[in-house]
Design a binder for this molecule. Structure first.
Ligand SMILES: Nc1nc2c(ncn2[C@@H]2O[C@H](COP(=O)(O)OP(=O)(O)OP(=O)(O)O)[C@@H](O)[C@H]2O)c(=O)[nH]1
Ligand SMILES: [Mg+2]
Length: 204
């Protein structure tokens, strides 16, 4: 069923924060069996995107300092679907132990969480794909997880640069034909691209 942007906004505005958890096993049992998550390098804009999708300013804490999100944050939308904000990877300025713990938390969640239906992998459009993203893409592929790519912060680059970035991601995606589903462009200042992402999550 097609939904208008207004209907989508209203669907996503009905939401609540269920909590922060240090392991996927700590997420309390719920009737909601559908889940999608935002992953990506630290500072790509995962928490900001979650706030934009759910039409709140403070649901997920955002920060200029990379490494802000350090646990699995669960947001329930309309009693229908959970959206998960995960910590970022690829951040050099935390200790090795901390980094390994965060990677384990993310990877265990992705590998074992049965409710997880779709992964949104965020890439900063100005930074592009890094080795740590390739590692994550390979991991998603090995776990047979369906995923889409979101190029974030497109307000920081020109339309031409955005096209180039999109094409370079799409050519890399030839390696992930089975699990790659779609690509989106977004920015959270004027909410460009947000409705398309809402539509996809609604469709899950
Ligand atoms: N220009 C611009 N800045 C953005 C956009 N989205 C996020 N930012 C900024 O990028 C920084 C990081 O955003 P977060 O949403 O905290 O990023 P994150 O991926 O959750 O970061 P970690 O939790 O540390 O992994 C903040 O200063 C945001 O204001 C965007 O669309 N455009
Ligand atoms: Mg965050």
């Amino acid at each position: 069923m097609a939904k208008s942007n207004k209907e989508l906004n209203s669907f996503f505005s009905s939401n609540k924060f269920l909590g922060s958890f240090n392991s996927y096993q700590d997420i309390p049992y719920s009737e909601i069996k559908k889940e999608c998550c935002f992953i990506g390098r630290s500072n790509v804009g995962k928490s900001s995107l979650l706030n934009a999708v759910t039409k709140t300013k403070k649901l997920a804490k955002t920060s200029k300092t990379p490494g802000r999100t350090q646990s699995i944050n669960v947001f329930e939308v309309n009693n229908k679907i959970n959206i998960i904000d995960l910590p970022g990877y690829g951040f050099a300025k935390v200790s090795k132990v901390m980094r390994e713990n965060l990677i384990a938390l993310i990877e265990n969640y992705i590998e074992y969480r049965t409710e997880l239906d779709h992964v949104f992998l965020l890439i900063d459009s100005k930074v592009g794909i890094k080795n740590s993203d390739i590692d994550m893409l390979d991991f998603l592929n090995n776990c047979s997880r369906n995923f889409s790519v979101i190029l974030t912060k497109i307000d920081k680059i020109s339309i031409n640069q955005a096209d180039l970035q999109k094409n370079s991601v799409l050519s890399l995606m030839r390696n992930y034909r089975k699990t790659f589903k779609d690509i989106y462009l977004s920015e959270t200042k004027k909410n460009n691209g947000i409705n398309k992402i809402q539509k996809t999550i609604y469709g899950l």
